[in-house]
Ligand binder design. Structure first.
Ligand code: NDP
Length: 435
C-alpha cells in the first residue's frame, strides 16, 4: 500500500487474491522463503509512453500508452489492449495481475499482461483510429513479439484496431508473425474466436451443474445481461444445449420474452443495425421492454449469466435472484458481481463461478490462435470448439479440486485463485530469483 498509494483498483485486486491464498501460505512455507508472494504482486515491467497523432482537423493530439508485462513465468506475456478514457496505471496493473491467474488456469503457456491508452475511440473517424493505432504501435513494437509478448483486443479494440496495429508492426519489423491475436480470418485469425467467451461460459456451466448439483443444463431457464459479443454467444450456446433464455439487456434497459429469446432478432439489431435492445420488444409480439438494466435480476430463473460489465449485479440483484430460487451464477463479464453479492450467493448455496475461470474461453482461443500461427496452419471451427470445450472443463476441475484440497470445498472463487496461482508460483520458484 505504501508503494502504490494512488492505485486503488490494483490494491483491491491484490488484496482479494492474497486473502484467498492464505491457506496456501500456511501450507507452503517454501513459497514464502522464495519470496513468491512479494514477487508476484510486483509486475516484471511497466512501460508508459507518449502517443501523439494528428486528428482530422490537423491538430496534434497526445495520449498516454501503457503496457504492463506482468508475469512471464509460464509463457510469453499475453493480455488485451484497452482504449478508454478511464485507462490509468492502476487499472492496467489490476487487469494484468488478474490476467496472470486467468491465463494460468487455461493450461496454455501464456504469461500475464495488459495494456492500452486513455484514448477515447468514441466519435473518432476511421482515419483517426488508424493514425492513433499506428502511432501506438510505433513505440509498442520494440517491446513485443510472438515469443515475448502477444497483445489482443479488449474494450475499444476490436478487429479493425487489431488490423491497423498488426499492419504497422509488420511494416516496421518486416516480419509476418502471430504478434497479436484477434486477427481477421484472412490474415491469421482463428475460427471460433468470436464465439469463444460465450460458448466457453456454457461449457463451464454445464460441467459445474453436473459435478456440483448432478443436474443437466437442458430445460433450465436463464437470464443473460448484456447483448454484446459475450452475451450473444452465451445465448446461442444456451439454446443449443436446450436451455431457455428469457431476458437480455443493454445499458439502457432489458427485454423479457417468456417464450424464449429469438436470437436471430437480437443479432440483427445488435450485430447488423448496431441498435438498441428496446427494438426487440417492438418486433417480437409478447416481449416486454423495461427501462433501466438492473431490474433484469428480478426475473425468475435457474441460471443467471451476467455478461455486460463490471459491478452490474449488486446485493439487491442477488437477493432478488435468491428469492426466486436461482441455482447458479456464472460470470461472463469481468467482475460483474459486487463482492457482497458474490458472498451472498455463496452463503445461500448458489453455485458461483468467477469470471477469471468461467470467461477464460476468449483468451484460450487466443492461445490456440498463437499455436495455429506458429504452425502456419488453421484448424476447423469444430477442432477449435472441441479444444475450447476441453479447456473449459479443465478450468472447472482445476478450480474445484484446488478448493477441495485447500479446505474451502465448493468455493470456486478461492479455488480459481489457488489453482491459477500455484502453477505460476511453482514456475517462479523453479526458475530462481532472477529478477
Ligand atoms: P460488448 O461491448 O460487445 O458488449 C457489452 C454489452 O454490455 C453491450 O450490450 C452493452 O450495452 C452492455 N452494457 C454495458 N453496460 C451495461 C450495464 N450497465 N447494464 C447492462 N448492460 C450493459 O463487450 P463484450 O461482450 O465483449 O464484453 C462484455 C464483458 O465481458 C466485459 O466485461 C469484457 O471485459 C468481458 N470479457 C469479454 C471477452 C471477449 O472475448 N469479448 C473475454 C473475457 C471477458 P450498450 O450497447 O448499451 O453499451
Amino acid at each position: 500500500e505504501k508503494r502504490d498509494p494512488n492505485e486503488p483498483e490494483f490494491l483491491q485486486a491484490v488484496g482479494e487474491v492474497l486473502q484467498s491464498l492464505a491457506p496456501v501460505a500456511d501450507r507452503r512455507p517454501d513459497l514464502i522463503d522464495w519470496g513468491v508472494f512479494e514477487r508476484i504482486v510486483e509486475p516484471e515491467r511497466m512501460i508508459t509512453f507518449r502517443v501523439s497523432w494528428v486528428d482530422d482537423q490537423g491538430k496534434v493530439q497526445v495520449n498516454r500508452g501503457y503496457r504492463v508485462q506482468y508475469n512471464s513465468a509460464i509463457g510469453p506475456y499475453k493480455g488485451g489492449l484497452r482504449l478508454h478514457p478511464s485507462v490509468n496505471a492502476s487499472i492496467i496493473k489490476f487487469l494484468g495481475f488478474e490476467q496472470t491467474f486467468k491465463n494460468s488456469l487455461t493450461g496454455l503457456p501464456m504469461g500475464g499482461a495488459k495494456g492500452g491508452s486513455d484514448f477515447d475511440p468514441k466519435g473518432k473517424s476511421d482515419m483517426e483510429i488508424m493514425r492513433f493505432c499506428q502511432s501506438f504501435m510505433t513505440e509498442l513494437y520494440r517491446h513485443i513479439g510472438e515469443d515475448t509478448d502477444v497483445p489482443a483486443g479488449d474494450i475499444g479494440v476490436g478487429a479493425r484496431e487489431i488490423g491497423y496495429l498488426f499492419g504497422q508492426y509488420k511494416r516496421i519489423r518486416n516480419t509476418f508473425t502471430g504478434v497479436l491475436t484477434g486477427k481477421g480470418l484472412t490474415y491469421g485469425g482463428s475460427l471460433a474466436r468470436t464465439e469463444a467467451t460465450g460458448y466457453g461460459l456454457l461449457y463451464f456451466l454445464r460441467e459445474m451443474l453436473q459435478k456440483m448439483k448432478h443436474e443437466p443444463v437442458a430445460g433450465k431457464t436463464a437470464v443473460i445481461s448484456g447483448s454484446g459479443n459475450v452475451a450473444i454467444y452465451a445465448c446461442e450456446k444456451s439454446q443449443q444445449l436446450g436451455m431457455k433464455v428469457v431476458a437480455m439487456s443493454d445499458s439502457a434497459g432489458y427485454v423479457y420474452d417468456e417464450k424464449g429469446i429469438d436470437l436471430a432478432v437480437v443479432k440483427q439489431i445488435k450485430e447488423v443495425e448496431r441498435g438498441r435492445i428496446k427494438a426487440y420488444a417492438e418486433r417480437v409480439p409478447g416481449a416486454v421492454y423495461t427501462e433501466g438494466c438492473k431490474g433484469i435480476w428480478t426475473i425468475p430463473c435457474d441460471v443467471a449469466l451476467p455478461c455486460a460489465t463490471q459491478n452490474e449485479l449488486d446485493l439487491a440483484g442477488a437477493e432478488a435472484l435468491v428469492a426466486h430460487g436461482v441455482m447458479a451464477v456464472c460470470e461472463g463479464a469481468n467482475m460483474p458481481t459486487t463482492p457482497d453479492a458474490a458472498e451472498f450467493f455463496q452463503k445461500n448455496g448458489v453455485l458461483f463461478a468467477p469470471g477469471k475461470a468461467s470467461n477464460a474461453g476468449g483468451v484460450s482461443v487466443s492461445g490456440l490462435e498463437m499455436s495455429q500461427n506458429s504452425m502456419r496452419y488453421s484448424w476447423t471451427f469444430e477442432e477449435v470448439d472441441r479444444k475450447l470445450e476441453e479447456i473449459m472443463k479443465g478450468i472447472f476441475h482445476a478450480a474445484y479440486t484446488a478448493a477441495e484440497e485447500y479446505g474451502c470445498s465448493g468455493d470456486l472463487i478461492a479455488g480459481a485463485n489457488i489453482a491459477g496461482f500455484l502453477k505460476v508460483a511453482e514456475s517462479m520458484k523453479a526458475q530462481g530469483i532472477a529478477y
